[in-house]
Design a protein around this ligand. Structure first.
Ligand code: MGD
Ligand code: MGD
Ligand code: MO
Length: 760
């Protein structure tokens, strides 16, 4: 018997409560309290700072406190007192830095000066901004547009993203992969086909009217805690909450509002879930099919809505009739009785919100699953009325806005026409590379230039070790970043690291303080104004850096890059002009952005206007697939193959791992001390002959046959079904082949990775 060394402490308190107050306090003291303390009261407030933590909508009422523990950590880390100065870089070769943990790179602190990689000393060395821009421009021109990719992480503002996409297109490419490709791409595509918009039809006000909320595949207690407040309020009104998740997430079971004295002091929160269905990983398509079938069997339909607003209903019914209950039960891991119970909740409600996050978007049949969810929604007319709708809960704080202002490898013709009209050049029309496309291009050598506007591209994507190596063999890497991360440690032949202002910092352009705008999950565009003193006087704003890169790459360009680099009203004016005929709602952008809480971009589906191919909301039927990533892996590698979902722990922000002073890794799942763990169900342990606490090597059972493994992983027995296993990224990302993607959206199947366990 191996000794159990990862202490698991069952968390029997409600999520939130004192635990999160204490966690907030820890955040404030972890890096020296001052900057974070000054920023917190201004988070998500009018004229305040948009929290870089998540994209959950701000409170429409003037809630005096609208931030959470997780936002406090994000702010505290941006405001860290540590500095990765040129002197620090001189002492650390990249070879040495590559041996460090992710949290150690983060802990080096804020970047302070533009840095250029020097191969002879294997260090980044300080350079001047002017030289950095000149070198980058010259190398980009030599490479040309086809071999270069321009990655965006969804934290960038509209005012940075717009000149960035303009730069790529004026240069001649739509190679604009972004973090959305790793995230909600499947949602955007599925919804656009089905209801004509790729965004949430739900606003925060809808939570006040919902009679039922169905939640799929997310962990709000860690990843969008402010949503728990809305769920709690809804619950107190009598709204039913129905959960589908392979893990029993504490935060969805019970939540104590840290701002409610009674809940705080009694230690009892509000029970949230009325029903909690432990669906199998990747089993949601079958589960939703089962519920839809039950609703049809009971004829509990909104016939008038179906008649007036939809098409494809008869074909959909025919496909549903062909799906057998035994197949549905097998694929979903839920019984017919359970799915009928879920249907009871659905039928009893006259206004249902369906919300989801990464549990639905990062698997092979993500688009099919989401379109089945739309089908279920349409059956009872649950879109375009108060208290009802479809809600992809976005990840990064401005990932939605970046898309709105043109960050995409597949631009719409209307957007390109707008660029042509306003800037007088013909932008490329053919689609560019998305994130997985860029990865493949890096691996085969066809991509030789990488520009990153934030993010940690290689660590956030599949096959990280191979992609990092490939980046290190390119001609050019340019990273615009606040802090050091692993992707930066693999510079191209010309490698630049350009430090930018964080969102909380004062953006002073020649004495003229600028603010930026961001769009949340509910399509509300609002301003964000940094006030803190920048971490170094060498920092430049993202819009400035992007515009200068463009100006130095395209010296003959007549576009006013310098204007956009320092005067964001000009950028907003240009966005407004390009958006005409392409995106509605940006009229008088500069006036509306100065209103108290900004403005909401219209959502046609929310008004029952269907901008789809047929002008109707579309039932798009999908039969349960005969073959899946898992069935193919089992055919290739045998029946010991397990299905791994990679998820976030409480103490991390995507690839940024926060080190908690007390060693807390994942509070609500009870993990302390180590992130190198794998949750496994009792069935796996019994069938494969492993024990709780045992150390194992995890091997990929990948379709491309390439050997991938992660060693030193500790098994934790957990309440999971069948062959499902769950662990943390980025530690387990090296197991993921870029061949494992969602059909159609090309989003990596981060939640459906076939793996094998081996004794250590
Ligand atoms: N503090 C903090 N906040 C964040 C982030 C962060 O890292 N830290 N990241 C931000 C970003 S970019 C995003 S996209 C969001 C992510 O927010 P989430 O989607 O909540 O993040 P994950 O940890 O990936 O959570 C996946 C959840 O899906 C469940 N799950 C896994 N597989 C399946 C499945 O097949 N079906 C179903 N129904 N459920 C499944 C898991 O058990 C888990 O509860 O959070 C954003 N906010
Ligand atoms: N295995 C697995 N992998 C996943 C996922 C998963 O569930 N499983 N989830 C995926 C998802 S949903 C997403 S969205 C991606 C995220 O992918 P990315 O967005 O690429 O990754 P992040 O970790 O958010 O990026 C963090 C880095 O951003 C930089 N940064 C932080 N703030 C700023 C800023 O204000 N400006 C600039 N310029 N830089 C800044 C810092 O250098 C920091 O190190 O990861 C994906 N990867
Ligand atoms: Mo995300």
């Amino acid at each position: 018997m191996s000794k159990k060394t990862i202490p698991i402490r069952a968390y029997d308190k409600p999520a939130g409560g004192f635990g999160s107050l204490h966690g907030t306090a820890k955040a404030l003291t972890s890096n020296g309290p001052y900057p974070a303390l000054a920023t917190l009261p201004r988070l998500n407030q009018p004229q305040g700072v948009d929290c870089p933590g998540c994209a959950y909508p701000d409170s429409p009422s003037s809630k005096s406190v609208d931030f959470c523990e997780q936002g406090a950590w994000a702010i505290a880390h941006e405001g860290s007192k540590a500095r990765a100065t040129p002197a620090w870089f001189a002492e650390h070769t990249l070879d040495v830095l590559r041996g460090k943990e992710n949290w150690e790179l983060e802990a080096a602190g804020r970047l302070t000066a533009p840095m250029l990689y020097d191969a002879a000393s294997d260090t980044y060395r300080e350079t001047s901004w002017e030289q950095a821009f000149a070198l980058a421009g010259e190398r980009l021109r030599a490479l040309g547009p086809q071999r270069t990719v321009f990655y965006t992480s969804g934290r960038s503002s509209n005012e940075a993203a717009f000149p960035y996409q303009l730069f790529a297109r004026a240069f001649g490419t739509n190679n604009l992969p972004d973090s959305s490709n790793y995230c909600h791409e499947s949602s955007g595509q599925a919804l656009t086909m089905s209801i004509g918009v790729g965004k949430s039809t739900v606003t925060r006000e809808d939570f006040e009217h919902a009679e039922a909320i169905f939640s799929f595949g997310h962990n709000p207690a860690s990843n969008h805690p402010r949503m728990l407040g809305d769920l709690r309020e809804a619950k107190k009104r009598g709204c039913k909450i129905v959960i589908f998740n392979p893990m029993f997430e504490r935060g969805l079971e019970e939540f104590a509002d840290p701002q409610s004295p009674t809940e705080l002091l009694s230690g009892h929160g509000t029970k949230l879930a009325d029903a909690y269905f432990q669906v199998r990983v990747g089993g949601d398509l079958a589960a939703i099919t089962g519920i839809a079938k039950a609703v049809l069997e009971r004829d509990a339909l909104d016939r008038a809505f179906i008649e007036e607003h939809t098409d494809g209903f008869d074909a959909f019914v025919a496909v549903m009739q062909q799906q057998s209950w035994s197949d549905i039960e097998q694929a979903s891991g839920l019984t017919r009785t359970q799915l009928n119970e879920a249907a009871d909740y659905y039928i009893a409600s006259n206004a249902t919100i369906s919300a989801w996050c990464m549990g639905l978007t990062q698997n092979e049949f993500a688009i099919e699953t989401l379109q089945m969810l739309v089908n279920l929604t349409l059956l009872r007319g649950n879109v375009g009325k108060p208290g009802a709708g479809l809600m992809p809960v976005r990840g990064h704080s401005n990932v939605q806005g970046d898309r709105t202002v043109g960050i995409t490898n597949k631009p719409k013709a209307e957007w390109l026409a707008g660029l042509e009209r306003v800037f007088g050049f013909t932008p490329p029309a053919q689609p560019g590379l998305d994130a997985v496309g860029a990865i493949k291009g890096l691996l085969d050598g066809s991509v030789q230039g990488f520009v990153g506007l934030g993010g940690n591209f290689a660590v956030a994507g599949p096959d990280s070790p191979r992609v990092l190596d490939a980046l290190g063999k390119t001609e050019l890497t340019v990273h615009i970043a606040t802090k050091l991360n692993r992707t930066h440690l693999y510079p191209g032949r010309l490698g630049l690291l350009l430090p930018c202002l964080g969102r909380t910092e004062l953006d002073d352009q020649s004495g003229d303080a600028q603010f930026v705008s961001v769009e949340d999950t509910a399509s509300v565009v609002h301003s964000s104004t940094g006030r803190n003193r920048p971490a170094s006087d060498q920092l430049r704003s993202e819009p400035y850096i992007v515009s200068e890169l463009a100006r130095h790459t395209l010296p003959a360009s007549s576009i006013d890059w310098q204007g956009m680099g320092g005067n964001y009203d000009l950028t907003r004016k240009l966005i407004e002009q390009v958006a005409q005929g392409a995106v509605s709602g940006f009229e008088n952008y500069n006036e509306k952005i100065r209103q108290q809480r900004g403005f909401r971009l219209p959502n046609t589906a929310g008004e029952r206007i269907w901008k789809t191919a047929t002008g109707k909301a579309r039932f798009i039927a999908h039969a349960l697939p005969a073959e899946t990533i898992m069935s193919r892996a089992r055919a290739q590698y045998g029946d010991k193959v397990l299905c791994l979902a990679t998820i976030r722990a409480h103490r991390q922000y995507n690839t940024t791992v926060y080190r908690d002073p007390k060693g807390e890794v994942d509070r609500y799942r009870g993990v302390h001390g180590s992130r190198k763990v794998l949750f496994v169900g009792p069935e796996v342990l019994r069938r494969l002959g492993f024990s709780d606490g045992e150390l194992v090597t995890v091997r990929a059972a990948a379709p491309d046959g390439i050997e991938r493994k992660v060693e030193g992983i500790r098994l934790i027995e957990y309440a999971l079904q069948g062959d499902d296993v769950i662990g943390y990224f980025p530690e387990l990302t090296p197991l993921i082949s870029p061949e494992l993607v969602a059909r159609g959206s090309n989003t990596p199947a981060f939640k459906q990775v076939p793996v094998l366990l081996e004794k250590a």
